[in-house]
Design a binder for this molecule. Sequence first.
Ligand code: APR
Length: 242
Amino acid sequence: MKMFELIKDHIKDIKKIVFVTGAGISQESGIPTFRGKDGLWRNYDAMKLATIGAFYDNPKLVWEWYNERRKNIFGALPNLGHKAIAELEKFADVVVLTQNIDGLHQKAGSSEVLELHGSIIKIKCSVCNFKDEIMTEFSEIPPLCKCGNILRPDVVWFGESLPQDIWQKAIVFASQCDLMIIAGTSLVVSPANTLPIYAKQNNAVLIEINPENTEMSSEMDLVIRNTSATTLPKFVSMFKEN
Ligand code: APR
């Protein structure tokens, strides 16, 4: 297990592991990432659709994007990366702080998952307090609430703040971990991209798993330039062997 040489000898001291995950961890489940060549949908820039302004300008278009994503995500299965994270609970306290809305960590069996950006299963009214979880397809879009206003996905868009209770818990977990593994995120979106700083303040070891360079690669103790489904099972094997 040469790749993890840095922590191999200290593995018994690792009690609390926090994962920070992003779109890349679900890429091998067939869910496109946002940035890079994958980030285009029908020639629209995904970044421009994931805003509160885009929704109010053209709710039908944004809903068409979400309808397609919902179909893809509901049919997707967790990959070896998600499964490895779930299996790791046998060896340490594991918390997953995810920017993903696809629910695949939970499907893989992870028991402590904080969804920083909401969930694609959830919808809410853009005006009243109505909330629900819906797996079926919407035949008419944009769907309407009983109150007559437009329903929206219960996700966090650019220009919106994170659910504060979840974010506060995420900071606490990040500040207390021994090891933080950052997998499949470009770390360009704030505030999720500040989580490694909290871990660093606790002298945690920081490992990045990403085939490409990110904004924070130079801050990491170890960078593994490979995919998460390839790398994470090897990481679990190291715990099994020790
Ligand atoms: N394994 C690991 N990493 C991968 C893989 C893979 N198989 N494939 C791609 N990646 C990496 C890419 O190199 C990239 O750095 O995953 C990262 C995906 O980055 P983004 O598309 O920017 O996704 P993310 O970081 O999750 O975006 C953050 O932006 O649009 C918003 O709310 C949305 O939660 C999202 C947030």
